[in-house]
Design a protein around this ligand. Structure first.
Ligand SMILES: Nc1nc2c(ncn2[C@@H]2O[C@H](COP(=O)(O)O)[C@@H](O)[C@H]2O)c(=O)[nH]1
Ligand SMILES: [Mn+2]
Length: 470
């Protein structure tokens, strides 16, 4: 029987009938109430307005299990590595079912990073016309930069670096900030993903900071030339984290409308829509900010050490790269083709660190098809940080540090050794180096022997709690 209620039609009624709020909503509401005033029943109005309903959103189903495969560039040498590889396979098999995905690869440093179905560290995922924020990870544009400081004294460089760099949570205090170009800040303000006051503020406060975890500042000597090198490792800090959060919110809307079966961490923005183009632009601006961040620390260090840089290059390893309409997501994977970015090193060099006591590899990528053009980004881990602590047994982190870093000047900014950053916490550097060669992922052109390094170190407990609440 027809509903004869004569209370006015409201926005809630329209929403219940399937209409989405938007610019055409007020007209629809007027039309509905005009019909009501002229004596039409609510059911008749509902049917009349149904003509105006938007078409149902296009649905994207998951690929069948096993339909899309990935390349493996990892040979397990022992039981721990075999267990690690099985976990990496399990998660990659689920990632490969994501509707946009056309392939992927795992590198020798692969290890799981999150619930099953999350791209692992050392993972590459190729998607057609889609950007997946969850696949470049929260630390967008985590990257390395190297400056060749010629005959500079490594001890003086490390000392200078320790006095200018900033580790730990948050930004630089007022009065000790590094300037950010006004043009870059204006470009942030013009981008919907970067324009929030909080993002602009953190872009200013975090310039010249390296954060924590496994970010480091490394000083060493080139095996090939004997020259001193300064290498920094960090990502896009606060502004990048905020972009990631904004991206994840937007893709969740797309996921719910178009592919509810897709896992949250694998949601995407179509690259060719307005949101997709704005997000892509935002990624490029965050990349620019991150490069400036590295540059500012290198510049301040060499000025303090009265050194000069004859050569400098950098590369990111948590990012999205475009090749035609294919978007290559590298999470802890180094682009290994010559022109991955307009400012890629002209000689094709990229940087792969392994651990604080091993040489940093300078490589030239081989653009291997079986790696979707990538090489590893580091050594990666075979077990969790907690498991590493368990394996240290009765040995204190301080004792382990002394044993594992003989002759190297290792400094922890917060004062306390971070055991999860000891070399023993990572896969053996020699095994990863050997696999780069056996899988033909890159050619090693130089190795930077360690002199010393600075990391954030273990944070005091109260700071950790505050940080985890942020
Ligand atoms: N030379 C050094 N390398 C290090 C140190 N700590 C970690 N690492 C390596 O870096 C990669 C990259 O880490 P991610 O944060 O980008 O995943 C990691 O796999 C290690 O091999 C260090 O102190 N010095
Ligand atoms: Mn990194």
């Amino acid at each position: 029987m027809d509903d004869m209620t004569i209370s006015p039609v409201t926005g809630t009624d329209l929403k219940n009938w399937g209409h989405a709020p938007g610019p055409r909503f007020p007209d629809l509401l007027d039309k509905a109430n005009e019909m009501l005033a002229s004596g039409e029943s609510r059911d008749a109005i509902r049917h009349a307005l149904a003509m105006q309903l938007p078409p149902p959103p296009k649905q994207y189903a998951l690929h069948a299990a096993g339909a899309v495969t990935f390349h493996e560039n990892l040979t397990p040498a022992d039981a721990d590595e075999a267990t690690n590889l099985e976990k990496v396979r399990e998660t990659m098999r689920v990632v490969m079912r994501t509707p946009t995905v056309i392939g992927g690869a795992i590198m020798p440093d692969a290890c799981p990073a999150g619930p099953v179905g999350t791209i692992p560290v050392g993972g590459v995922v190729a998607a057609r016309n889609a950007i997946h924020p969850g696949m470049h990870s929260a630390d967008i544009c985590c990257s390395l930069m190297m400056s060749d400081l010629g005959g500079a004294d490594p001890a003086a460089v490390l000392e200078a670096a320790a006095s200018v760099t900033h580790f730990g949570p948050g930004g630089r205090p007022q009065g000790n900030r590094f300037t950010v170009s006004l043009d870059l800040l204006d470009a942030f303000r013009a981008n919907p993903f970067l324009k929030s006051a909080k993002t602009i503020q953190s872009a200013q406060e975090h310039m010249g900071t390296q954060g924590d975890g496994n970010h480091f500042l490394f000083v060493g000597r080139s095996r090939a030339t004997g020259r001193t090198a300064l290498i920094t490792h960090h990502g896009s800090r606060g502004p990048g984290a905020k972009l990631y959060k904004a991206g994840i919110e937007v893709v969740e809307g797309y996921r719910k409308r178009h592919s509810p079966e897709t896992l949250k961490q694998n949601a995407w923005i179509p690259a060719d829509c307005e949101d997709g183009q704005a997000y892509w632009e935002a990624l490029q601006l965050i990349r620019k900010w991150t490069k400036t961040n590295h540059n500012s620390i290198h510049q301040a260090t060499l000025e303090k050490a009265r050194a000069s840089a004859s050569d400098r290059f950098w590369n990111e390893h948590n990012f999205v790269f475009r090749r035609g309409d294919i978007y290559l997501h590298g999470k802890g994977a180094t682009p290994a083709w010559g022109d991955f970015a307009a400012d890629a090193d002209a000689a094709g060099r990229t940087i792969i660190p392994l651990n604080m006591a091993s040489p940093v590899l300078i490589v030239r990528g081989t653009d291997a098809t079986h790696a979707w053009g990538f090489s590893p980004h580091g050594a990666g881990r075979n077990w969790s940080r907690t498991e590493h602590m368990r394996r240290l047994g009765t040995k204190t982190p301080e004792q382990a540090l002394v044993e594992e870093t003989q002759g190297i000047d290792v400094r922890f900014h917060a004062g306390k050794v971070d055991a999860s950053e000891l070399p023993s916490s990572y896969k053996p550097a020699t095994a990863v180096t050997a696999q780069i060669e056996t899988f033909g992922l890159a050619d090693i052109v130089d190795q930077i022997e360690p002199y010393g390094c600075i990391m954030a170190g273990e944070l005091p407990r109260f700071q950790k709690i505050r940080q985890s609440r942020r």
